[in-house]
Every structure is written in C-alpha cells, then in structure tokens.
Design a protein around this ligand. Structure first.
Ligand code: ZN
Length: 444
C-alpha cells in the first residue's frame, strides 16, 4: 500500500468531554494512511522523527476541527429547503411527499452527487441519511456517497400506511422489507465500513406494527442501524395515540416493536415523559437533536438537559428539509438558542454553552453513532476526519492584526458557530482523503 503522509498547521480545536474545549494554537496534525499519527506544537512536531517526509499543506490562517457529524438528514428533501409554513403533518403532505414521490433513480442521479458535495462543503464528514422509498434511488444515493468519499449511513424510507408510492397496499409491506434487506446486503459495511445501512421506518404514523417489527428484526440480523422519528409534534403524538391505543405512550409503540436498540437513532424526541426518557436510556438508543428543524416547523423545545442526565447519547441533525440548511454550525447555534429559550420560562434549566453544542456536533454525534473510538476528536489513533475553517473569512474586517494569534479557542469557536458556513470551509477530509477543497485555497 502506498504511504500517504501529510501535515496540517493551524489552531486545533476539539472537545473530548462535554463542556471541555481543547485548543492548541499553532498546532500540527500529521496524517498517515488516513489516521492521525501526531498532534502537537508545530515547531516540536516538525523537529520530531514523525515529521520526516511529511508534505505540509499550505492553508494559512486555519482552524482545524474534527469533521462535523450530522445524525439526521433527508437526501430527497434538499431541493425544497425553507419551503412551507405549517406544522409537521401538513408540511409533510403538502411540501415533502410530492418531492419524495418524484425522487426516483433519474432524479437521484442528478441530485445525490450534489447533496454529498454540499455536505463536504459545509464541513460535514459523517451523516446519517434517509432516502426516498425507492430501491433504485437509494442505490444511486449509495453510489454517490461512495464516490463522495464521505462517511455515510443511508437507508430507504419505509412506509406502509399512507405511503406516496404506486404499489397496492397489500404488497407494500413485503416489497419494502425485501428491498431494504437487499440494499443492506449490498451496501452495509462497504469500503471498510465507510458506508453503512440504516433500516428506516419513517415514524409510527406511516408504519404498521408488522413493518416496524420486521425492520427491527432485519436490522438485528444484519448488524445494521435503525433510524426513525419520535415525539416531534403534538398532532403527530395524538395520531399515534389513536393508532396504537393499547400502547402506554409513543415510545412504547417502538419498544413493543423492538425498535429501541443500541444501534437506533431517534430523531427529535421533544415531547417525552420521564418514563419515555428512561426507557430510551435503558435501551441505549441515541437521539438526534434537530433544533433548526424544531424551530422551523414550530415543533417545540427539546429537553436536552433531561435526556443528557438520563445518560442518553445525543448528536445533532440538520433534518433537511425541515431544517432549512445543512450547515451544522447553524444547527449548533440553534441548539444553544433552544436551551436559552427554555430558560426564559424556567430559570432552573441550564443554558447550553457553545463548547457543549460543539461537543454534540462532534464527539456526541460519534457516540450516538457508536463511532467514538474512530472519530469525533483530534487524538492520535483516530481516523483523520477533519474540517479546516478559514478564520479570516469569519472576521468582520480584514485586519491582519486580528489573525488567529489574537483569538482564544472560545473566540474562534464562537466565530464559527455564529458566522460559520461553506464560505469559510477551506478543506474537508475523511480518513485523510480530501473530499472538498475551496477554490480559493492555494494549490499544494
Ligand atoms: Zn427527519
């Protein structure tokens, strides 16, 4: 195997523990064959034997972060971001199902490569993604994910109640299971685990108990992920209550179907009782908190402190297109804003600090996906999933005296959370491979 060795110089910032922000000014990170093999002060690393033969990338004034992790988003919906002004169920009917219905193979062939390119451009290196209900377009999505170089968990949307597909209702269930299993066998674990499969029953409103139970069984047999939505909106909860009368609550519907597993990621989880929070914690399922989406659809304010106190692993999700953009910096900002809004009504609620929101988008997301040993921080031995941010692009004035030397790690993070986005992404790496490089960056 050819030895691939390079180094990056910049302000390295990560968060190994919730609330603990680690900053290393003028740091060097050396990457060999996709892994971080040295991190430390640039001058020291450069003098060390590790630096022999290292090709140093020229990026100028950059901050180096672990790649951002998006634990919940929807590939076929990106075309209609920021569309609609209603609550979840009418928004799905009016704005989303018509778009997903058209997301067949040919449409996916046009949009999927752009979608993954946009993720990389926003500094996202790992994403857990829902496709549409069609097998062919999910296959096309996986092909685009493979070509993008990103770390992607993807699954065909499963619905057998009120689905937007053409099949007769009697056939939907068996076909959905068959196609999902086929996709899983083809893609789960591809490229040494860079691509993985998630069985994806949409939510209890559009899924029969049989579908949910069968999806859970198949995921267990294949060692694949499960993803679904839970307790996002009051009208949705009422509907689930009417559909599943014998269940204690919404979470109980999923518990009974076997959907709550350590490989399950539950989107939203806003309106949960203590019993439900404890049940999720006991099952070791994770939560994808999607604050931009929750504000856009007016779904509610997630009780992050309660879920964290119960010991549930929590990551962040853009939830495009209910979230209006893929920008995880904006999702972090909204996560902070949502907890601040809760403090207005209840002063005992702890505010969420920027470093904690950043944790959720990196280490927390890695934990939610069971990947904490591989990604999430800038430690030696981790796979080199990195995003490089051009801090000059975030400063209000172009003043050389304001360059990185004058900024603390907190300043740099705050600039990213409040002003960050694709205009400032210099380069994005997954396993040490460049998956996006800004046109304005110098060639190396
Ligand atoms: Zn969603």
């Amino acid at each position: 195997m050819e030895r691939h060795l390079f180094g990056i110089r910049g302000f390295a910032i990560d968060t190994p523990e919730f609330g603990a922000l680690r900053g290393r000014r003028d740091a060097a990170i050396v990457v060999e064959n996709g892994r971080i093999v040295a991190v430390g002060n640039f001058a020291e690393v450069r003098r060390s034997p590790r630096a022999a033969g290292v090709r140093w990338l020229e990026h100028g004034n950059v901050a180096i972060f672990p790649g951002l992790i998006d634990c919940h988003t929807h590939l076929p919906q990106y075309a209609v971001v920021a569309r609609g002004q209603s609550g979840l169920l009418p928004w799905l009917r009016e704005n989303i199902f018509p778009v997903e219905r058209e997301f067949t193979g040919p449409k996916a062939r046009v949009e999927a490569p752009q979608f993954f390119q946009q993720l990389a451009r926003h500094g996202t290196t790992t994403a857990m993604v829902y496709a549409a209900i069609y097998e062919d377009s999910c296959n096309v999505g996986f092909e685009a994910a493979r070509d993008s170089g990103l770390r992607i968990i993807l699954g065909k949307m499963m619905m057998d109640l009120g689905s937007y597909g053409q099949l007769q209702p009697k056939k939907i269930l068996s076909v959905s299971l068959l196609e999902s299993e086929r996709l899983c066998r083809r893609w789960h674990g591809a490229d040494e685990g860079r691509l993985e499969y998630a069985f994806s029953p949409r939510f209890a409103v559009t899924c029969s108990e049989k579908l949910m139970r069968s999806a859970a069984e198949l995921a267990g047999q294949c060692g694949a992920y499960l993803q679904t939505h839970l307790a996002e909106n009051r009208e949705e909860i009422e509907k689930v209550h009417n559909l599943y009368m014998p269940a204690r609550d919404y979470t109980d519907v999923y518990e009974k179907a076997g959907l709550l597993t350590p490989k399950t990621v539950l989107g939203h989880c806003i309106h949960l009782s203590d019993r439900e929070i404890n049940a999720i914690a006991a099952s070791k399922s994770a939560i994808a908190h999607c604050p931009t989406s929750n504000l856009f659809l007016g779904s509610g304010l997630m009780k992050l402190d309660r879920c964290r106190a119960a010991g549930i692993a929590i990551g962040l999700g853009s939830d495009v297109a209910a979230g209006p953009e893929l920008n995880m910096w904006q999702v972090m900002r909204a996560a902070v804003d949502v907890q601040t809004a809760r403090t207005f009504h209840d002063p005992t609620v702890p505010a969420l600090r920027l470093s904690e929101a950043f944790y959720l988008a990196t280490t927390g997301g890695a934990e939610a996906l069971g990947k904490r040993a591989a990604i999430g921080t800038l430690d030696v031995g981790k796979e080199a999933d990195l995003t490089l941010v051009n801090v000059d692009a975030l400063l209000p004035y172009s003043d050389p005296r304001e360059h990185l030397t004058g900024l603390s790690k907190e300043d740099v993070l705050a600039l990213c959370v409040y002003r960050g986005g694709p205009h400032a992404t210099a380069e994005t790496f997954v396993r040490g491979r460049s998956v996006y490089r800004a046109a304005s960056q110098p060639k190396t």
